[in-house]
Write a new protein. Structure first.
Length: 341
């Protein structure tokens, strides 16, 4: 796939993660590869159980081990092998290299501290890790500045508030502020607009896109909502059952999705978003990772399933200028040969 003239910042290769418990081992991520270029916004889209949040946590080495166990793969960020760096280096990377904004801003923020203390602490941490301590005056000015960038009116008043005194949209912007004052190169946003009304959601997405454009900030946007990803992402990775099943530019995925699962995600969008004829929304429940079917993991819900789909799992391979994992897009002779083998 063409790389739109960005240089690479993050390269995740064949990452596999299991969760191990007394009930057994569950494969949560299977050979996931993902690339993020400098200044690029990449969407990771899929329903619950697709592994997208696990992927975000793994990139930051934030998974609890145990129960999580990385069984294979590599994560190279800005030239550093994240799986091999020591704790001190990891601490620096998490502060000023990359960090994550979580879905539940009320949980992410400390309820007993005012906004001013929480953003101020992030600024101090960033200053220490860069060996450039900031004065109280500089810190205060930076806090006001970042809240203005995030379009929070009357920032002086916001700084004096406790998290529970803010609306959901304001809290989410405070969470983003705490991340961006550390001037990371990569920001991972996990469902940043879930639970917010459409107006606030659009406002936050516009702000996020502006931050990326103005500061060259790279982002991974994790979401179950294809419309959210399509609004701001350059490329989209569609995930299903811990696997990447399609990768393409946003407009490709939105206008002409190829993988049947991507098609059904598009079919679930509000009317008028797409000219495509309506397709059946996937039948059945999201996948239970403890009991996945053989062959293609989407086959029980796929309207195009063939005999081979139940026997053999397709690999993620190039098709035209995108990547796809589906027998529908394999050479017909390959499918016939495998059907009759
Ligand atoms: Fe459907 Fe088969 Fe493609 Fe899987 S491989 S998505 S079951 S057509």
């Amino acid at each position: 796939m063409p790389s739109e003239n960005f240089s690479e910042l993050l390269n995740v290769e064949d990452l596999s993660v299991d969760f191990v418990s007394v009930d057994g081992r569950v494969h949560v991520l299977n050979d996931v590869s993902l690339r993020v270029n400098r200044g690029e916004i990449v969407g990771v889209v899929g329903e619950s159980g697709s592994g997208k949040t696990t992927l975000g946590l793994a990139i930051l080495r934030l998974l609890d081990t145990p129960p999580a166990e990385v069984t294979s793969g590599s994560i190279i960020f800005d030239g550093k092998d994240i799986m091999k760096i020591d704790e001190a280096e990891l601490w620096r990377v998490r502060g000023t290299g990359m960090n994550m904004v979580f879905q539940e801003s009320l949980i992410a923020l400390n309820p007993v501290y005012r906004v001013e203390s929480q953003i101020g602490e992030s600024i101090e941490v960033a200053g220490k890790s860069k060996n450039a301590p900031v004065s109280g005056k500089e810190k205060h000015e930076e806090m006001l500045d970042v809240l203005k960038q995030l379009c929070l009116d009357r920032p002086e008043i916001v700084l004096k508030k406790y998290p529970h005194e803010l609306s959901g949209g304001m809290r989410q912007r405070v969470s983003i502020a705490m991340s961006i004052v550390q001037t990371p190169k990569l920001l991972i946003l996990d469902e940043p607009t879930t639970g917010l009304d459409a107006y606030v959601q659009n406002r936050i997405l516009q702000i996020v896109r502006k931050l990326s454009r103005e500061f060259g900030l790279s982002m991974i946007l994790i979401t179950h909502d294809l419309t959210v990803a399509a609004q701001i992402c350059n490329r989209i990775y569609v995930m299903y059952a811990g696997r990447v099943v399609e990768v393409g530019r946003s407009e490709q995925i939105l206008e002409q999705p190829l993988h049947p699962y991507s098609e059904t995600l598009l079919a679930a969008l509000p009317k008028g978003y797409s000219d495509s004829p309506p397709l059946p929304v996937p039948q059945g429940e999201p996948p239970d990772l403890r009991r996945l079917p053989s062959g293609c993991k989407f086959n029980p819900r796929c309207p195009y399933a063939m005999e081979i789909c139940k026997r053999k799992e397709p690999e993620l391979t190039g098709f035209e200028d995108r990547l796809i994992s589906c027998w529908k897009y394999s050479e017909p002779q390959t499918v016939v040969a495998l059907q009759t083998a």
